[in-house]
Ligand binder design. Sequence first.
Ligand code: F6R
Length: 613
Amino acid sequence: MCGIVGYIGKRSACDILINGLKRLEYRGYDSAGIALNCNASLTVTKRSGKVAMLETALLQDVDQQVVENSVAGIAHTRWATHGLPTVENAHPHLDNSSRIALVHNGIIENYAALRTQLQKKGSVFVSETDTEVLAHLIGSFYSGDLAVAVSEALKMVEGTYGVAVIAVDAPDEMIVARRGSPLVIGMGSGETIIASDVSAIVAHTQQVIYLQDGDVARITATGADVFTLDQCLVDRDISEIEWEIDAAEKGGFDHFMLKEIFEQPEALRNSIRGRLDKDQGFAILAGLDLTPRELASIKRVVIVACGTSMHAGMVSKYLFEGLADLPTSVEQAAEFRYCNPLVGADDLVVAVSQSGETADTLAAVRESILKGALVAGLCNVVGSTIARETGRGIYLHAGPEIGVASTKAFTAQVTVLLMMALKFGRRRRLSREAGVQICREIESIPEMVARVVEQSDAIADIAAEFADVEHAFFIGRGILYPAALEGALKLKEISYIHAEGYQAAELKHGPIALLEPATPVVALLNDIPGREKTLGNVAECRARKAPVLGVVTEGDFETAASVDRVISVPRCSAYIAPIISVVALQLLAYHIARIRGCEIDQPRNLAKSVTVE
Ligand code: F6R
């Protein structure tokens, strides 16, 4: 949460920082600010609202000589934790002398105590933020060496941070540091760009250093020196960003979310490519790095995840149990980390996370490693903290997901989890023939998803009929139950319609009391085992006059006749049905939100990548 970008080099820092902020806006968008180091003074401009407001302020209210000639600066787009999204609380924050500026992502947990100590020494604070306290703390240690001042201040901090700091007296350098919040250094030619993720960097260079927790770096126009808080130099590899700038652009679509829905066939092809041995009916997932003995020793799979990723994990319970006879539990990561979880050497803990930075999932990973479990990461973002700390895992290769509502990551997660279940199943009980059949089904996923995506216009027509409702229920059973949860999550987060996902039979244990003609029920009725039972639940809903929209297998006229409106999806096996159905529900949510005039890519109160607890 929160986007940070910093620049030092020969070009206009302001342009690069504003363009970087626009690319990072999905990480937080309630206020934005910039500090430019020019002619021995810091010019700080902040606005509440989107980056566009900041851009206008820079044009109207700031000396254009500063805007054009600054060659170093830092900028921030905020997702508020401490204090309202006001100008005062927006970053950058200054130290007590106004000679040091800081942007920060994370939470300083002991900020209240530090604030009191600093006030006693004369600090006067103008905001309610934890970040301003850190700026003053750095200022209190500063006596000519900014890196030392930042390191000393950070030693006193409890909590998480990704920070970038500049000082009037040190115009040729910028200090960055991380603990718990990502920071990437882009190594350009005669310029260096730092950011909280690579989407702000990729337009300038493909060469990056991913900072690790505890790292501090002195950034200059010609490179970066990385060291510990105790000033010991450390070696960090330079990596290559795998994708090009167009992957982070809308490419003619109105919203990133729609682009990412439409991108799914290609994203899934990329997830699957090179990972199926169709002769042996096996999945090749080298990154898992499990010896046959380790594989055989696994007695249980434990999925840790949040939100949409947790829903993908819930689908995988049916896959691991159904194909590999592996008992599987799915744990909300924030619960798991604090419940003294019972995991050990016989367990494979799989952390599912698009961003690879979700604070609770990361904490669950650390707890599981501590307890001696085998831990694997299933991440989309290459080089992310969970991917690095687990050391073993599988990348989704779905390309950057910019829309705040997760879409292609879900379908890629389920596809990769299916390949994992196939791999484990073949080592345990699946025959070659069964494995070959599942390989064929996995190969067919992109094409089937493409057929759902093609129905976008038809789904938009159905969406128009439901766009005015205030409440909705989504029901499914078995492997489609998590798909119902995911459909409800998509609708509520982008359209603000109150939507609940339920196991179909559970509805009559209470929630059915809420059904009435203005409250539709979306029922997942793919032609797989369980459909007949869900149809019974549909009848109960219709008897209460709730209109039912069914997601129904093409050609299943009998089921189609049992509901009020129909979205048809291709016939597929039960293992693939959640993927196919969720794509239809993503489109339904998207079109409803569009008709309601919602800010689809930046829903209120949300941000991509939840790096705080
Ligand atoms: C919903 C959504 C969130 C994320 C959740 C976990 O559309 O995007 O629920 O799925 O915050 O994020 P990751 O997968 O990055 O760990």
